[in-house]
Write a protein that binds this ligand. Structure first.
Ligand code: ADP
Ligand code: MG
Length: 230
């Protein structure tokens, strides 16, 4: 099974923290991710970008850099003709930040429409007493400042996942308040359940965050994932 292989590979490399390598875990559990690839040459980045419609997002891939945008390691809306230079700039920024950082390359990813979509967070943490706890919230200030989140013990049933959405104060934004396009709430509910199944199946996953899971009118996309394995 694909998910098992990804976790076994990480164990063999003695890697406790996974980022883009874990995108395949989500795919294996039917959680959609934007098209994209990791490359280690600027010319290859151009080739990947040319095969993706419209501008792309580019992100530094390094086990030493966990919060990519903190160091300017994420570029959104890069046009094909700027991809080559953007690659070199991302590597320069990372090296500048940490001269001995291991840089594996750059992820070139399809852009997800954020004007019509809402950034949400779905995460998991293992609690010594309760086991895996699944967290849901709307991204950005709702989670970071207002701590508007909700938790359930995995595995999360469909009615529980539905309750989670309704529990966060910002939920009306997902449902189309303030003139927004209503998001695919059913897709979010499904994603919460699928993620809870993933961590139930693999006790080696200690922590996992999809941040953001972009919920748009036509579906949800896991744009960024980070996890810790035992
Ligand atoms: P990190 O959390 O490590 O800084 P992310 O991959 O989450 O890196 O990217 C940071 C932000 O950039 C996201 O929260 C989102 O707003 C934006 N972003 C990232 N990837 C995409 C994408 N494919 N399409 C649109 N926006 C994106
Ligand atoms: Mg992120």
């Amino acid at each position: 099974e694909a998910a098992r292989d990804i976790l076994m590979d990480a164990k063999e490399r003695d890697d406790n923290r996974l980022g883009v390598e874990a995108m395949g875990l989500l795919d294996a559990y039917g959680i959609e991710t934007p098209a994209g690839e990791v490359v280690d040459e600027p010319a290859d980045a151009v080739t990947v970008a040319e095969n993706i419609d419209g501008p792309v997002v580019m992100k530094i891939v390094s086990p030493d850099i966990l919060h990519k945008s903190d160091i300017g390691g994420v570029k959104v809306g890069v046009a094909n003709e700027n991809v080559y230079d953007a690659y070199e700039d991302l590597v320069a920024r990372a090296t500048n930040y940490q001269p001995d950082a291991t840089i594996l390359g750059v992820q070139v990813q399809e852009m997800v429409d954020l004007d019509d979509g809402t950034e949400t967070i779905v995460g998991v943490n293992r609690d010594p007493q309760f086991g895996p706890l699944v967290l849901f919230g709307l991204g950005g200030i709702f989670v970071e400042v207002l701590e508007d989140t909700t938790l359930r013990v995995a595995p999360v049933s469909e009615p529980e996942a539905r309750e989670m959405i309704d529990e966060v104060k910002a939920a009306p934004l997902l449902r189309g308040a303030r003139g927004r396009t209503p998001a695919d709430v059913e897709g979010v509910i499904e994603t919460i359940q699928r993620l809870s199944q993933l961590v139930t199946d693999f006790p080696a996953i200690l922590e996992l965050d999809i941040n953001p899971l972009v919920a748009g009118p036509d579906g949800v996309r896991a744009v960024d994932v980070r996890l810790t394995v035992d």
